[in-house]
Write a protein of this length. Structure first.
Length: 668
């Protein structure tokens, strides 16, 4: 152990930097504590698995090839370079070659260090080219270019200095005995022995000072995700995506519903704000943004952090000192409305809740639940929502359906089909949840009939609720009217509890998702299946026999519903159901499966008007029509309406059919 003046200087700098870093981190954590509590430490093993897959293996980053390779190279490189950073710190304390005691393991570490130093340098240059020369659209954010360049150049000098430091150490014959550095070894051949000591010391100080400076810059920059991304992934939601929290309306202490300011969020949402990488992947796949609307999922999260950093320091002062009186300037910040000033209210109402933003986010940020929470405040606290929703809410309250049809007509579609109601049977195998569209929409009623006939042909013992059925609550929930959704969900559960059945089958993905993922949080657990899955089961069990020849379809294209696909990871079963028809071929569009584009109807958009930009359904329909097929297969009544309207608008001679209709046409 060698100790001298340089070590004393290092220790002083290191302790000062470390103290400042710890203070900043503690401050950021204290802001989180001002938000609402939430348990995010359950199901530990699942969280560990999620962290390994998403955070360390970079599975979501690599969904986009070029950017994924760049980031993964830098991330994995920095994991390996942590050994070098730690070694530099120990060296500063006068402890040399500590990791040499690892023997052959240290040899592997040093080889990987050399490789990843070069990989990071290449990745940084590539990233600079993408941002400043090829100018990838999602990276062209006003006011962020200089910071991005600064960070990338800093990373470049950190790893370059490390390579030179190791190379000069080799030139001095002072490297650890187990160290194997092929690239640094080559560089060492260019370093004169007489200059090696000065070069080494210079490179060492550049390396370690840049690391300490970078460490303390992070809490104030958009690169805070370097610290928070792994914890954020670990703490992200396990289970159903876009999971919404319940509200206890019987709790009289509740004075506020939804989120009107950042302290109303759960602490995890504020952590999301810290963790946003500003990469823009969420925005690049947002159907509203793609079609020229102002909704920008990235900006939604960025503004949560902006408000956190503006308001939370003031709230922290008042919490720590009850006698503290905010200054006039601080009071102006407190009084500044979050919804309307930081977050665009118009943008919040453009969200289709498709979940594409969350699917693409490399650090598992939860955009949609945050948007719905803000909608809840607008609806239940301010009555500030699009006028067209007033009719929808009124119909739900009066008719138990979003449309102005009386409940007494809910089962009219089934007249003369020999379909039993639950009240008539009391006990049966399958409850066919028809849904509002399947009960009242003329086109969707044909799907209800087709699926019922399939079940009859297969000898399924099923029933419908008929006039006892009411809206499942999805529309009210996703548009922020949680009070109305709460009433409808509890009423449905009370009705269902009167009957004995084994399984719930729904033709509507929104009904399916709500029963499968929302109802259990209300204490109601059912075996829920989508009709495309159920049809596949009937075919596998031999209860349905398909014709040997396909009479009217040679090929078709298939549109993935967001609430079946992205929400529930069901992509293969609907395709397998279609492909069970002999001779049928599916021509996939570019945006399919987990990269599919929303039809534009979710999140209440079915009952609103698109007044800005291109209509989402037109964007999607054009893509589906580009395959040149004469049939578009769907599995959702909302998608059926939106895609059918798109086909009419494009004046295309193309049929839009539900999967059940295609199967029925091909059943013997």
């Amino acid at each position: 152990m060698n100790f001298g003046t340089s070590n004393i200087i290092f220790i002083a700098i290191f302790l000062l930097a470390l103290s400042y870093f710890i203070y900043n981190v503690q401050t950021l954590i204290s802001y989180l504590k001002l938000a609402k509590p939430e348990n995010r430490t359950n199901r530990i093993w699942e969280r560990i698995k999620q962290t390994i897959t998403v955070a360390f293996l970079q599975s979501k980053i690599l969904r986009e090839r070029d950017a994924g390779i760049i980031h993964a190279g830098i991330f994995w490189g920095f994991l390996i370079l942590l050994f070098s950073a730690a070694n530099s710190v120990f060296t500063g304390f006068g402890i040399n070659h500590l990791f040499n005691y690892l023997g052959p393991i240290f040899s592997i570490i040093t080889i990987l260090t050399d490789i990843f130093c070069v990989a990071i340098i290449v990745a940084v240059i590539w990233a600079l080219i993408r941002r400043f020369i090829t100018k990838v659209k999602r990276l062209q954010v006003e006011g962020e270019k200089l910071e991005a360049a600064l960070i990338l150049i800093t990373i470049f000098f950190i790893v370059s200095a490390l390579l030179i430091e190791n190379a000069s150490l080799i030139a001095l014959d002072g490297d650890a005995s187990w160290a194997i550095r092929p690239i640094a070894g080559l560089i060492s051949l260019t370093i004169p022995y007489n200059s090696a000591s000065i070069i080494h010391d210079t490179a060492y100080w550049v390396h370690i000072l840049l690391i300490l400076a970078f460490m303390n810059y992070l809490p104030f920059s958009k690169h805070l995700h370097v610290l928070t991304s792994v914890p954020n992934v670990f703490l992200s939601n396990i289970g159903p995506v876009n999971k919404l929290s319940n509200i206890n309306f019987e709790d009289e202490t509740n004075e506020k519903y939804g989120v009107s300011d950042v302290e109303d969020f759960k602490w995890k949402t504020l952590l999301d704000g810290y963790t946003c990488t500003h990469c823009g992947r969420c925005t690049s796949v947002c159907p509203a943004n793609i079609t020229g609307k102002i909704l920008d999922p990235r900006e939604i999260i960025i503004q949560i952090r902006e408000r956190t950093m503006d308001k939370m320091p003031i709230l922290l002062k008042t919490k720590e000192n009850e006698h503290y009186t905010p200054t006039e300037e601080e009071q102006d910040i407190i009084d500044k409305p979050f919804l309307g000033e930081y977050e665009s209210i118009e943008a919040l109402w453009q969200c289709t809740t498709c979940g594409a933003c969350m699917q693409e986010c490399p650090v598992n940020i939860e955009h949609v639940p945050a948007i719905v929470e803000m909608r809840r405040s607008l609806v239940m606290m301010e009555a500030n929502f699009p006028e067209l929703l007033q009719n929808t809410f009124g119909n739900l309250e009066t008719n138990s359906t979003p449309w102005a049809f009386p409940s007494s007509e809910r089962a009219d579609w089934a007249e003369g089909l020999g379909i039993n109601t639950a009240a008539e049977l009391q006990e049966f195998d399958v409850l066919f949840w028809v849904g509002c569209a399947g009960s009242f929409d003329d086109r969707a009623k044909k799907v209800s009939v087709a699926f019922s006939r399939i079940m009859q042909k297969a000898g399924v013992n099923f029933a419908i609720l008929g006039t006892e059925e009411q809206c499942n609550g999805d529309v009210a929930r996703r548009t922020g009217n949680e009070y109305l959704a709460d009433m409808m969900i509890k009423a449905n559960i009370e009705t269902l509890n009167q009957y004995k059945f084994k399984k719930v089958v729904a033709t509507c993905p929104h009904c399916f998702n709500t029963f499968k993922n929302d109802y259990p949080t209300f204490g109601a657990n059912y075996d829920v299946i989508h009709h495309t899955q159920f049809i596949m089961e009937l075919i596998k069990e031999g209860k349905l026999t398909l014709k040997d020849n396909n009479e009217y379809i040679e090929s078709l294209t298939y549109h993935d519903s967001c609430y079946i696909g992205r929400y529930n990871n069901i992509y293969d079963e609907p395709r397998k159901t279609l492909l069970s028809v002999p001779g049928l071929e599916i021509k996939e569009v570019k945006r399919s499966k987990d990269k599919g584009l929303c039809c534009g109807a979710g999140g209440g958009q079915m009952f609103l008007e698109e007044t800005a930009g291109k209509r989402v359904n037109i964007e999607r329909t054009e893509e589906l029509l580009s395959t040149g097929t004469r049939t578009i297969a769907v599995n959702c009544p909302f998608c059926m309406t939106m895609i059918s309207d798109g086909v009419k608008a494009k004046e295309a001679d193309v049929k839009v059919k539900d999967i059940s209709e295609i199967i029925l046409d091909n059943v013997e």
